[in-house]
Design a protein around this ligand. Structure first.
Ligand code: AGP
Length: 614
């Protein structure tokens, strides 16, 4: 989704802003732009459809000097991707420029009122209304920019993170947020703004995460000031960034996605560190300890999430039910929030999100909290909105995930849920201690099992060549492997644009079996678990219809090996840990198919890494 960068200081803002826009590319976008105030106090705005590199080409030989600027990558919502609809938008008098991430729901009413009062609009965006409204208020009330921004925001319904500059006040950026993220970086006589910390980390480790309904005055030579919409001064909470530049680079890999797949042995080690102790005998998840009573008294767990995180949530359902004997419901956050859900204070809601910024998940959290439920967050991005809007939670600690297709976050989310389920099972006494210890010991070996699984890379790369031009794929699994099938299909769809469907294997005969023929490959996730014999029959059913089967099986498998066309053998692990291992070959398969097709693996068309609008 849209990305914002801002800089005010003595360096050339343009260089910092362009670098920042490149860092934000992973979020997904279709156009980019920059606004700069030069030394003569002139406000220059440059925009270009397409990649940030197009903007750079457009800016060659333009005046890009100046120590104050804001920049933006746009992911179109209102109005098609075009130079004109790209941000920054500027006021009719050309004095104020603004960038925005979010949606202004009442923009039509505001726009009509402004047009009636003589304002002229040039774009089709909802954003332009904000900058015109700010100018209108400033002109008519003769107030400073800060007051005009505050007044304009009081009239706005919707979600926003904005950064505004005014050529009459060249050393200051006004920034504000509601439901869309914004981070401010504090440097030495220079300040930075970012939709997340990635464009900032190179310059400073000191950051302030803006809260909803806050407006920041970000100046070169004055301390940061934050007020709320009622003009009351807010507390400034300076945090230290735990992020390094190397985490934001490809590190020799051709794509972030491949790097992130290959990092999983290390990311899972980080995720487990300090949580599985005493050689696997004990599991400690501090968030769970802080919420002990809530977990023990929960009559039901509702897990809300979107996309890949929702697939991880489905695995959570099996984990919490199996280990803790608590009924679990898994909901798409976008459906949950509009389904008039029945929730009360004995419900425990778990929200899962890699980015911690997904708009629908945030809205579901708010709704659950208003209904009295206790909300527990599972996120990756430290300081993001979800951990700040939940009662307690756990970070998955897998490091920044830049590839749009989620890989290491998925395995981290599954791992954290496993640990939480084990911690609760121990507290509730719903599982024999020996069984918990056995799983704990195996969890400590997971990084090693993942390393072994990654050795399948070459086999899967070769296999991908056979299936690159298939038009449809079916992914089947049962029990813990059913969400893995859904996730495998999603991975393939989003980066290779091949249609793929994930299905519970036994449901196949209630419909999808009609699709099976020699043209359509079926990927069957069939580790050696309690449903193994059942899935063997599903493989037979596909083969009986001349379907081609790629099977993910446990090392040493005998039966499926004789039936399937292609077999990928993964290390044996306890059933509850199989999703972590079986999902890896599927990540690699979709990666190589997309690469073979020449697709932009890290930034697939139309997709955004962090979905901050509904
Ligand atoms: C995963 O590959 C997708 N890009 C997408 O489904 C993602 O998981 C979803 O948008 C949820 O994001 P979140 O985990 O940051 O909330």
């Amino acid at each position: 989704m849209c990305g914002i960068v801002g800089y005010v200081g003595d360096s050339n803002a343009y260089d910092i802003l362009i670098k920042g826009l490149h860092r934000l590319e992973y979020r997904g976008y279709d156009s980019a732009g920059v606004a700069l105030i030069n030394a003569d106090g002139k406000l220059n705005v440059y925009k270009a459809i397409g990649k940030v590199s197009n903007l750079e080409s457009f800016c060659t030989e333009k005046d890009v000097k100046g120590g104050t600027g804001i920049a933006h990558t746009r992911w179109a919502t209102h109005g098609e991707p075009s130079d004109c609809n790209a941000h920054p938008h500027f006021s009719e008098d050309g004095e104020i420029a603004l960038v925005h991430n979010g949606t202004i729901e009442n923009y039509k009413v505001l726009k009509d009122a402004l047009i009636e009062n003589g304002c002229k609009f040039v774009s089709e965006t909802d954003t332009e209304v904000l900058v015109q409204l700010i100018e209108y208020i400033k002109k008519h009330t003769k107030c400073p920019l800060l007051d005009a921004v505050r007044e304009a925001l009081r009239q706005v319904i919707g979600a926003y993170a904005i950064a505004v500059i005014d050529k009459n006040n060249p050393d200051t950026i006004i920034a504000a947020r509601k439901s869309s993220p914004l981070v401010i970086g504090i440097g030495n006589n220079e300040m930075f703004i970012g939709s997340d910390a990635t464009p900032i980390v190179e310059y400073t480790k000191e950051v302030v995460y803006l809260n909803d309904n806050e407006i920041a005055v970000v100046s070169k030579n004055a301390p940061l000031k934050i007020i709320n919409l009622d003009n009351e001064e807010a507390k400034i909470d300076v945090r230290s960034l735990e992020l390094s530049i190397s985490q934001l680079e490809k590190g020799g890999y051709p794509h972030f996605m491949l790097k992130e797949i290959f990092e999983q042995h290390a990311t899972l080690r980080d995720c487990i560190r300090g949580r599985v102790i005493d050689g696997g005998r004990n599991v400690i998840v501090s968030g769970v300890m802080d919420s002990k009573e809530k977990f023990l008294n929960a009559k039901r767990i509702i897990i809300v999430a979107c996309g890949t995180s929702w697939h991880a949530a489905l695995i959570g359902k099996y984990l919490f039910q199996d280990m803790c004997r608590i009924p679990v419901e898994v909901e798409y956050a976008s459906e949950f929030r509009y389904s008039n859900p029945v929730i009360d204070e004995r419900d425990l809601v778990i929200a899962i999100s890699q980015s911690g910024e997904t708009a629908d998940t945030l809205a579901a959290i708010q709704m659950a909290r208003e209904a009295g439920a206790y909300v527990y967050g599972i996120s990756n991005v430290v300081g993001s909105s979800i951990p700040r809007n939940t009662d307690a939670g756990t970070y998955i600690h897998v490091g920044p995930e830049i590839g749009v297709a989620s890989t290491k976050a998925f395995t981290g989310q599954v791992m954290v849920q496993t640990l939480i389920a084990m911690a609760i099972a121990e507290l509730k006494g719903t599982m024999p201690k020996e069984k918990l210890v056995e799983i704990g010991q195996e969890i400590l070996k997971i990084p090693e099992y993942v390393k072994q699984t990654l050795k399948l890379n070459d086999q899967i790369e070769r296999l991908s060549l056979i299936f690159t031009y298939a038009h449809n794929f079916l992914y089947l699994g049962r029990g813990y492997s059913y969400p893995v099938a859904l996730e495998g299909a999603l991975k393939l769809k989003e980066i290779s644009y091949i249609h793929a469907e994930g299905y519970p294997a036994a449901e196949m005969k209630h419909g999808p079996i009609a699709l099976i023929d020699a043209e359509m490959p079926t990927v069957i996730i069939a580790p050696n678990d309690h449903l193994y014999e059942k899935i063997v029959s599903n493989v037979q059913q596909v083969k009986a219809r001349h379907g081609s089967v790629i099977a993910i099986v446990t090392e040493g498998d005998k039966e499926i090996r004789n039936l399937a066309d292609h077999v990928i053998e993964v290390p044996a692990v306890p059933e509850c840990l199989t999703p972590i291992i079986t999902s890896i070959p599927l990540q690699l398969l979709s990666y190589y198919i997309a690469v073979n097709k020449g697709k932009n693996v890290d930034m697939p068309r139309n997709l955004a890494k962090s979905v901050t609008v509904e």
